[in-house]
Design a binder for this molecule. Structure first.
Ligand SMILES: C[S@@+](CC[C@H](N)C(=O)[O-])C[C@H]1O[C@@H](n2cnc3c(N)ncnc32)[C@H](O)[C@@H]1O
Length: 309
């Protein structure tokens, strides 16, 4: 249960403001929100307040901003106040809102799943580019989390079936909800367990894709507090080097890829070169390559399974 604003220690509104809030116009509520979030969010405070209020009113932010003179009812005021309090304590906006934009989707998110990132939209782009002109593909999404990758491939590409795997049962509940919302529930099979352990030895896919955990356990202190303190550790850390999960995927994927099938991994610049080296060392991939994001950082590792004799 969120702590009421009146009892927060960080700058915000007091009890008197709470009482006023129930009668505030949208314009005044946005100003209260901006002031409440200023210490935490700086120049973004106004935008964030608008985003949170729009969520409460069930309107797109652009429309909410136009409803300047509308007065908040008691329920709206209480909900807005609670959301402001959560954000003021540092909780990421998407968790407070309960959803995150990803490509064509609005995905439900909570603290059991990573908030999907723009880099991962790029990973999906690359898989879709590879899939162009092909038909009836299958995909395996390892560490599916909110289901962002698997659901996008099913919604946007020539994929007829996907399997999403996650070690976290709570994450899979979120992925199930998102698959239902996106209307791909019949084509997305979710399995709980570690990586390939949930597959039978004979199961093969056209694409194995993953945004695995890839942060070295010792690097936690270097992460922004919003990530380190709020996102699930299972989604972030992968052993001392950050390569533990990537290593397991690169070694085992050839057994579960069709001939010529694609392995597509999101990586951090810290582990990109080591990932490429690992792929090369297997002797069962061809076309190994790294792609950069718009900021020029190596963020995606790709390879095709060599054709079997
Ligand atoms: C970086 S998050 C990616 C989530 C989602 N695919 C995305 O891109 O937004 C990694 C996910 O891998 C899951 N995970 C971590 N270790 C795993 C393992 N050994 N087997 C399966 N899933 C694992 C975590 O629970 C988390 O949901």
């Amino acid at each position: 249960m969120p702590e009421p604003l009146a009892r927060r220690e960080s700058p915000g509104v007091g009890r008197a403001d709470h009482i006023e809030m129930t009668n505030l116009t949208v314009q005044a509520a946005l100003e209260v929100g901006r002031r409440t979030l200023a210490a935490r969010s700086g120049d973004e405070a106004g935008h964030e307040a608008l985003f949170l209020l729009a969520g409460v009113l069930g309107l797109p932010p652009g429309l909410a901003a136009l409803e300047r003179g509308r007065r908040l009812d008691d329920r709206e005021a209480a909900e807005y106040e609670a959301r402001l309090a959560r954000r003021a304590r540092g909780e990421p906006l998407q968790y407070v809102e309960g959803r995150a934009a990803f490509r064509e989707l609005f995905l439900k998110v909570d603290r059991s799943v990573l908030i999907p990132r723009p880099e991962t939209e790029l990973l999906v782009d690359e898989v879709l580019a590879w899939s162009h002109g092909k038909e009836c593909l299958t995909a395996l999404d390892l560490g599916t989390g909110s289901g962002a990758i698997a659901i996008s491939l099913l919604a946007e590409g020539p994929f007829e079936h996907a399997v999403g795997v996650d070690i976290s049962p709570e994450a899979l509940k979120v992925a199930r909800y998102n698959a239902d919302e996106a209307g791909v529930q019949e084509r997305l099979e979710l399995r709980q367990g570690s990586l390939f352990s949930v597959l039978s030895p004979a199961e093969r896919f056209d694409v194995v894709v993953s945004n695995p955990p890839y942060i070295a356990s010792g690097a936690a202190d270097a992460l922004p507090a919003e990530v380190r303190d709020w996102e699930p550790p299972l989604a972030l850390y992968a052993g001392e080097t950050g390569l533990e999960v990537i290593h397991a995927i690169v070694v085992a994927a050839p057994s579960h890829l069709e001939s010529g099938g694609l392995l597509a991994l999101e990586v951090s610049p810290d582990v990109a070169a080591a990932t490429l080296e690992l792929m090369g060392a297997q002797g069962s991939y061809e076309g190994t390559r790294l792609l950069r994001d718009l900021a020029g950082r190596e963020r995606i590792a790709l390879a095709e399974r060599e054709p079997r004799p």
